[in-house]
Design a protein around this ligand. Structure first.
Ligand SMILES: [Mg+2]
Length: 107
């Protein structure tokens, strides 16, 4: 019997960035120059929506959707500004592993 290979290949962060920015461009969000401060504020707004979902009913599916919206905005931004988020994530995660318990802070 031939064993069938599973197609469970996780998408890389760089692939999410490429796809999210491509979709945003196709939907017209980058036809005019965009302001970095406004784009960061829109990332915040998705986190606020996640908080509101928690306060209203706490359904994990709705909270996840708002967190996904925030990630999509971050990925789109990184695609537009040519930011290597994948490299930064790997570097930061490796650094955090070297930090002391609770990073030496009380809270
Ligand atoms: Mg949202």
């Amino acid at each position: 019997m031939i064993k069938k290979k599973t197609k469970n290949k996780a998408k890389k962060v760089s692939e999410f960035i490429k796809e999210c920015h491509h979709v945003a461009r196709r939907k017209g969000w980058w036809e005019d120059p965009r302001n970095d401060g406004e784009l960061i504020a829109l990332m915040h707004s998705e986190l606020s929506e996640a908080l509101e979902a928690m306060r209203n009913h706490g359904k994990k599916e709705d909270i996840a959707e708002e967190l996904a919206d925030c990630c999509i905005r971050i990925f789109d931004y990184c695609g537009a500004r040519k930011i290597d988020l994948e490299k930064a994530l790997l570097k930061k995660i490796a650094y955090n592993k070297t930090r002391p318990y609770r990073h030496g802070k009380k809270f």
